[in-house]
Each structure stands twice: as C-alpha cells, then as structure tokens.
Design a protein around this ligand. Structure first.
Ligand code: HEC
Length: 206
C-alpha cells in the first residue's frame, strides 16, 4: 500500500515506445496493495490467433463430428493398426497353404478378430454369425462334409461346392482373405454352438 503510483509509472516506461492511442494506457481505478492495472486491449496478433483457432475448431467439429466426411482420429488409428497387423501377418500369409501356416494364423488373435468382420459380411448369411449354420452347415460342430483339417477347409472355401450352393471364394476374395477365413473357421471348429444339426462325418481329431 506504500506507493500506489510507482508501479504504473515503471510499467509506462516499459511500453513507452508504443503509440498511446485513446484506448491505451487507461488506468483502471482499483488498486490492490499498490498494484494497479491498465485496461489495454489485447495485442492484435493475439486476437487474430484467438479468432482463428476458434473458427478452426468450429470447422473441425463440423467436419469430423457432424458431417460424417472426416475420418475421426480413432477410426484412422484403428485402420492403421489393422493394416499393421496385416503387414505383420504377411510373412505367414505368404507361406504356402499348409496345416502349419494356417494354424499360425489361427493363433494370431488380433488377426482373427479382424477376420470376424469379413466372416460376418461374406459367410454369416449362410453359416450364421458365429458359424452355427443356416443354409450352410454348422461349422462349429465336429462333423464335416469335406474334411476337418485346416487345409481341407481352405480348399472348400477356395473352390466352393458349387452344386450345393457354397460359392468359390477364391474367385471373389484375395488369396490372403481366403487363408484368413480358413484359419477363422479353424478357430470356430469344435465350439459346438447350437445351430444346424451336424452333417457329414464326425472327425476324430480336429
Ligand atoms: C450362399 C450360401 C453360402 C455362403 C455365402 C457361404 N457358404 Fe460355406 N457352405 C454353404 C453350403 C450350402 C455348404 C455345404 C456344401 C455341401 O453340402 O457340400 C457350405 C460348406 C462350407 C464349408 C465346409 C463345411 C463342411 O462340413 O465340410 C466351409 C468350411 C464353408 N462353407 C465356409 C464358408 C466360408 C468361410 C464362407 C464365407 C467366405 C462361406 N462358407 C460362405 C453355403 C454358403
């Protein structure tokens, strides 16, 4: 409370070189422990940055949250992670089809989770969402029409059973997708989800 006027004076000398327009250097009429303050406008550059970021955020919100055009950060991330997984699995996917290479894919949980979506899209209409069977046979029981080995399953998916209504997926999907699907059916094998009654020969060892 000692010297109310010295603080504004020294502040004035610091900004002394700036032109003092009408709205500059207006001292507000309150004082706290000798501290007084100016009612100066914010610097122009600051105001522009503020306005700029405000309008940017409005546009951003519209593009990414309302319009549905922009891919959200989360969706872009998920897509990249799925890509990376595929990349990682590529070495295995490039190996010739065998029990061994297909069971490696089966063991890749993340890859199988991705493949679930492909199964839901392409296979679920005939085999049920979990492979329990609709028009097509139950893929989760232990009875198989065309063999229970992963390589048998691969062949059926790739070449189909056209006479019985099972499409040849090798013609519509990439070789990599067919392998992933064969491995995915492998993961459902033997889960015995209630659905279509067993057809074919009961496999002793899956
Ligand atoms: C249009 C219906 C239809 C679609 C779609 C379909 N399937 Fe089939 N699938 C069948 C039928 C019908 C059979 C039985 C063939 C037979 O009787 O020989 C079958 C058989 C199979 C078998 C052999 C089962 C066994 O007991 O040996 C496998 C494995 C299989 N499908 C996997 C798939 C996969 C994976 C997809 C998705 C890419 C798929 N199917 C999509 C109709 C379909």
């Amino acid at each position: 409370m000692s010297d109310g006027s010295s603080a504004p004076d020294s502040a004035r000398s610091r900004v002394g070189s700036e032109p003092a327009g009408d709205d500059h250097d207006q001292l507000l009429d309150h004082e706290y422990d000798g501290i007084r303050e100016y009612d100066n406008p914010l610097p122009r550059w600051w105001v522009w940055m503020f306005a700029g970021s405000f309008w940017f955020s409005v546009a951003y919100f519209f593009q990414y949250h309302l319009s549905g055009n922009g891919e959200s950060v989360a969706a872009a991330y998920d897509a990249e992670v799925a890509d990376a997984r595929e990349q990682q699995a590529k070495t295995t996917l490039a190996e010739p089809v065998s029990e061994e290479s297909l069971s490696k894919l089966m063991a890749d949980e993340a890859l199988m989770t991705d493949t679930n979506a492909l199964f839901a899209l392409r296979c679920a209409p005939c085999h049920g969402d979990r492979g329990q069977g609709v028009i097509g046979p139950n893929l989760t029981d232990s009875a198989w029409l065309h063999g229970s080995r992963l390589s048998d399953i691969f062949v059926v998916i790739n070449e189909g059973v056209l006479a019985k209504g099972m499409p040849a997926w090798g013609k519509q999907l990439s070789p990599i997708e067919v392998r992933k699907l064969a491995a995915f059916v492998g993961t459902q094998r033997g889960k015995a989800i209630p659905g279509k009654a067993p057809e074919g020969i009961v496999a002793t060892a899956p």
